[in-house]
Design a protein around this ligand. Structure first.
Ligand code: NDP
Length: 399
């Protein structure tokens, strides 16, 4: 079928690369390009010899001319951006210049503010339309599969959805007192920001970790979870018609929260640069450098994740609830691709999203969030490629 350029060589990229190689009918060729080429070469070495032809390249994804040169040389059908959110706009610029389809798993963020808004990327809509190319935004698990689940619920089970609760439970244990499951800088920015939820067309803001609930997760059991802001609330608030409230909850263990509080109190989670021995450093970036590399957690993480959405709404005049979720086992993911479940649950949907664009099923000029496309082929692919989902038509609700 075609050729994909994968940018980034971290935990998520490792899963994307494995999954593309498993799906060689669609991904006949891939190029892994990142800042540190040795990481791309190490991935290639693990998977070389299969049906998918793998090449590697060095690229600074903040340098648009460098990206343009690479894209012109490789001529991919799509660029899969699994670097960091800071690179999104630069990669989109390069895609525009070369008329190449684009996909990512996290919305653009400027380095100096942690806002999690789509406005910068949505501003590219007209230019992508005119260029005749597709940009698919936020195609990991959350955002990503949560949007596909929402579109699926809307299409098959509701006339109108009034409430969505997105529940993200990671019951994995890596044995460290404190570590993050994906890029520490992005993770800590997300959880130390103020919380918010969408209600009656407006944002309601909360203090970080102010709202705590307990939920009895299928296949896991009861866990504490906290309301966070999360980027898909913004797009779902616009794309799910009639929606009144959307909230996002994530589970955290006591040890994680205690460490985070201390780190915050002493200033280590700040993104304001400080001067240290004559050199400017960002405390959070320094913290990242001393924390365990998320990629190293794979072999030691045991337990499961459960991520899903609970919907409330009306069908044929009757009130209805519906819960759809995926359970993923850290050790099984590690055995299959050498990554823990957080990277796995992000990398699999990224491969599927790229496949949707490459096969034409999700191809439309412009900039789109996942819930704007037909969810059915994506849902089928989730079952096929390692993230099977389960449904409950009478779930416990978050009170
Ligand atoms: P990692 O930190 O493990 O990997 C990021 C990779 O990007 C690294 O290989 C890094 O290079 C590379 N990179 C960073 N800056 C540049 C640059 N300027 N040019 C080229 N390459 C660069 O992150 P993850 O794999 O954990 O996460 C990847 C993405 O997935 C992030 O955007 C994250 O927010 C998103 N994500 C989305 C989720 C979802 O469900 N939607 C869940 C989890 C993550 P180097 O190796 O040199 O440092």
């Amino acid at each position: 079928m075609g050729r994909a350029l994968i940018i980034g060589a971290g935990g998520v990229a490792n899963v994307v690369v494995h999954k593309c190689c498993q799906n060689s009918e669609v991904f006949e060729e891939i190029c892994i390009a990142s800042r540190t080429k040795s990481k791309c070469d190490a991935m290639k070495a693990k998977l070389d010899g299969g049906k998918t032809k793998i090449t590697t390249a060095q690229v600074d994804a903040d340098n648009v001319p460098e990206l343009v040169a690479l894209i012109k040389d490789y001529e991919p059908d799509i660029v899969i951006n699994v670097a960091l959110p800071y690179q999104d706009l630069h990669i989109m610029d390069a895609c525009l210049e070369t008329k190449t389809n684009y996909m990512d798993t996290a919305n653009y963020e400027p380095e100096d503010t942690a806002k999690f808004e789509y406005k910068w990327q949505w501003a590219y809509r007209e230019r992508f339309e005119k260029a005749g190319i597709t940009a698919l935004l936020g195609c990991g698990f959350d955002p990503g599969v949560t949007g596909v689940f929402s579109a699926y619920a809307q299409k098959h089970y509701f006339d109108e959805i009034s409430e969505i609760d997105i529940l993200d439970c990671n019951a994995g244990d890596h044995g460290y007192p404190f570590a993050t499951n994906f890029n520490p800088e992005i993770n800590i920015r997300e959880v130390s920001a103020k919380g918010s939820y969408w209600e009656n067309g407006e944002w309601v803001e909360t203090e970080p970790m102010e709202i705590k609930k307990v939920y009895n997760f299928p296949e896991i059991g009861p866990k504490d979870m906290y309301l966070l802001h999360h980027e898909e609330l913004e797009s779902l608030g616009l794309n799910i018609k009639g929606i009144k409230r959307i909230r996002f909850f994530m589970t955290f263990g006591e040890s994680y929260l205690r460490h985070l509080e201390v780190l915050k109190n002493v200033g280590m989670t700040s993104i304001e640069p400080i001067n240290f021995e004559g050199k400017e450093i960002v405390p959070l970036q320094f913290l990242k450098a001393v924390l365990p590399d998320p990629a190293s957690l794979g072999p030691r993480t045991v337990g499961k994740t459960n991520i899903g959405c609970i919907f409330k709404g009306v069908k044929d005049g009757e009130e209805k609830t519906y819960y759809i979720y995926n359970v993923c086992d850290h050790q099984e993911c590690y055995k299959e691709v050498g990554s823990q479940a957080i990277s796995y649950t992000t990398g699999v949907p990224a491969m599927i999203g790229a496949m949707m664009v490459m096969t034409g099923r999700w191809k439309r000029p412009g900039v789109y969030n996942v819930e704007e496309f037909d969810p059915d082929p994506f849902m089928e692919a989730l079952n096929k490629w390692g993230l099977p989902w389960k449904e409950n038509f009478n779930p416990d609700l978050v009170e």
